[in-house]
Design a protein around this ligand. Structure first.
Ligand code: LMR
Length: 394
């Protein structure tokens, strides 16, 4: 039977990881996959995570199953981290999932189950795996304008015009902060305008928030998500702990369904648990337990927040350094957007040919759409990248 299988197109981000590994050059620079790296190129285990793991090793006396929704304490801690006090706790149904991608997948399945004809509006561009999963599930994808290739900021007028074409029951997928792949984000006034359009059209927002704490700060990065969740009748939120806790391979994420209709919470909770049971039964617990321990212990939490803030500031410094170098080398301000973008990524906004030239001539690896992982740089490689960008004619 397996001879009927067809080859699938390789995932661009993961294929690039392999190409980088296979490149023998010593001076190669990895700006590909979205993992944080320090100045030495290491993706460190955060101090609070190490400390929590130590305590867990000493105190955990059973690995028996948790609940289908995961440990309720994880849900409580994550709902508070993402939503603060924006909505009452009993307005939120939630399940732990294998990573943020697990939450995205469960959210799409929930949408398809509730409304098989729903169209899902995604930003143009968006994280390619959003579209890949939607296609895999046979769901209709509509792209809304997002990135302005001139300013490298948000094409907000285009975005709003496209969102207004949504119908009641369609879904609008938004990035909570640190937009992947562009790095261009909405300000709070723009979030408010999005909320008004959602209320006018009756479309349902789904927010993917995978980089809370990497942009302007933990609270600031959640502000758009909180505004939406507290303003609309229903919303879905997929949150990842991979990046802000640095626990990528532990696969730790959460899906939240927020509803103003309190009577609906049990049905939502039961449906989310059902979806977990169908797809993988109990969600992974190790990473979720570490996150819970950190968020509920005053000193672990303070240390985690301090380290996360260092990570955030180091990326901002690299952004400014790169923008300054490019300003000097090019004699123009056209790269100023790099210092305005937030999060791990910036879309350089150049052609695949130039991306290829940077890879082949300079050993600089960025995703084919010209997305750069800023955390892949350090003080030594910033000038090398700037020189190469100017030489290749961006
Ligand atoms: C990325 O966008 O590079 C990360 O989210 C990793 C991934 O799974 O694609």
């Amino acid at each position: 039977m397996f001879e009927t299988l067809k080859a699938r197109p390789a995932d661009g981000i993961l294929a690039l990881m392999q190409m980088f590994k296979d490149d023998p050059r010593d001076n190669k620079i990895d700006l590909g996959v979205g993992v944080y790296k320090d100045a030495t190129g290491l993706t460190p285990i955060m101090r609070a995570v190490k400390a929590a793991e130590h305590t867990l090793w000493e105190t955990q006396d059973s690995k028996v199953y948790t609940g289908l929704a995961g440990d309720p304490a994880f849900s409580d801690a994550m709902v508070a981290l993402v939503l603060g006090s924006a909505v009452p706790r009993d307005a939120v149904a939630s399940v732990a999932t294998p990573g943020g991608t697990g939450a995205v997948r469960q959210a799409f399945e929930l949408i398809r189950m509730a409304r098989p004809d729903a169209r899902v509006f995604v930003s143009d561009p968006t994280w390619p795996n959003h579209v890949s999963i939607l296609n895999y599930l046979g769901m209709e994808v509509v792209r809304y304008r997002y990135f302005d290739s001139e300013t490298r900021g948000v094409d907000f007028d285009g975005m709003m015009a496209d969102l207004k074409t949504a119908r009641a029951g369609d879904v609008i997928l938004l990035h909570g902060c640190c937009h992947n792949p562009t790095g261009a984000n909405l300000n709070l006034t723009e979030w408010q305008a999005v909320v008004e359009t959602l209320l006018e059209t009756g479309a349902v927002p789904m927010i993917d928030i995978a980089y809370q704490g990497f942009g302007d700060g933990l609270e600031e990065d959640a502000a758009g998500t909180r505004l939406v969740a507290s303003s609309v009748p229903e919303c879905l939120i997929a949150a990842s702990c991979s990046k802000n806790f640095g626990i990528y391979r532990e696969r730790t994420g959460i899906l939240m369904a927020v509803s103003a209709n309190k009577g609906a919470r049990k049905l939502h909770q039961d449906t989310l648990a059902f979806l977990n049971r169908q797809n993988y039964s109990f969600p992974p617990d190790h990473g979720a337990r570490l996150v819970t321990m950190i968020l509920t212990d005053e000193s672990l939490r303070a240390d985690w927040q301090a380290e996360l803030e260092d990570v955030r500031l180091s990326m901002l410094t690299l952004r400014q350094h790169l923008a300054d170098e490019l300003q000097q080398l090019s004699g123009s301000d056209r790269f100023g957007f790099l210092a305005q973008h937030r999060g791990m990524f910036s879309l350089l906004g150049t052609t695949p040919d130039r991306v290829q030239a940077l890879r082949e001539q300079n050993g600089i690896y960025m995703v084919g759409d010209s997305r750069m992982n800023i955390a892949g740089l350090n003080a030594q490689t910033v000038p090398i990248l700037a020189r190469a960008i100017v030489d290749v004619g961006v």
